[in-house]
Design a protein around this ligand. Structure first.
Ligand code: 13P
Length: 249
């Protein structure tokens, strides 16, 4: 049995008033939510503590990225130690926007994962190919490189969760079909096995234009263990629908 996750990545969105209305609307419905899946939200860094205060305690709060260092002269960075002190449950690492907009490398991602694990944070390690890479038939080799470099010299850990997010499906409305996603998830699992991870118990989430109306088809696939959701996690109603689907998967 693998843990099912439903995580919202709010990216650089949500004003204070959006957060207030989201929390109020969510609180009303949350008490009736079956609590089987692990659900959570990654807000902008300055809203982490606020969300921890406002959201139900069984809804996880986590960061969108973190530093590979615990402290020091690293202006603008986010320390895994500080995240852990603030009772954050997880951090995303290697999101495609970090890789492609801010030049994050596999080496840095590997260092970030190592540091986050020392502070007991769950790491949501993001991987995914770009459109040109898929069209050139390189999806598998790209993912294999990201996984082997990202997890280099890291011991198998129950704190590592993989999020497969094809870059061409992020924010575009183009979701991978469940068949396409399943095929890639099965491949990711085979690579995890190859590098000595307990692949059968590692959760692999899908991300890329996941919405209430396509989530069930994706969650039915045997190697898809939840979702990492951008746009559709911003509205409480949609996020709740996604969490229901995850709890019923
Ligand atoms: P969308 O759900 O908006 O496509 O974003 C996916 C994503 O990048 C989550 O990390």
């Amino acid at each position: 049995m693998r843990t099912i996750y439903m995580l919202g990545n709010w990216k650089m969105n949500q004003s204070l008033s959006d957060i207030n209305s989201f929390s109020e609307e969510l609180a009303v419905a949350w008490t009736n939510m079956p609590k089987i899946a692990q659900c959570g939200i990654a807000p902008q860094a300055m809203h982490l503590s606020l969300l921890r205060e406002k959201l139900p305690t069984d809804l996880m709060v986590g960061a969108q990225t973190c530093s590979e260092h615990l402290s020091g002269a690293f202006t603008g960075e986010l320390s895994p130690e500080a995240l852990s002190e603030l009772n954050m449950s997880f951090t995303l690492v290697g999101h495609s926007e970090r890789r492609h907009l801010y030049g994050e490398t596999d080496g840095q991602i590997n260092a970030k994962i190592k540091t986050a694990l020392t502070k007991n944070l769950r790491v949501i390690f993001c991987i995914g190919e770009q459109l040109e890479e898929r069209e050139a038939g390189n999806t598998e080799s790209v993912l294999k490189t990201q996984i082997t470099n990202g997890l280099k010299d890291i011991k198998p850990s129950t704190h590592i969760v993989i999020a497969y997010e094809p870059v061409w499906a992020i924010g575009t409305g183009k979701t991978a079909t469940p068949e396409m996603a399943q095929e890639t998830h099965a491949y990711v699992r085979s690579v995890l096995k190859e590098i000595g991870f307990d692949a059968d118990s590692t959760s692999i989430l899908y991300g890329g234009s996941v919405k209430p109306d396509n989530v069930e088809g994706l969650l039915k696939c045997k190697d898809i263990d939840g979702g990492l959701v951008g746009g559709a996690s911003l509205k409480a109603k949609d996020f709740l629908a996604l969490c229901y689907a995850a709890n019923n998967a």
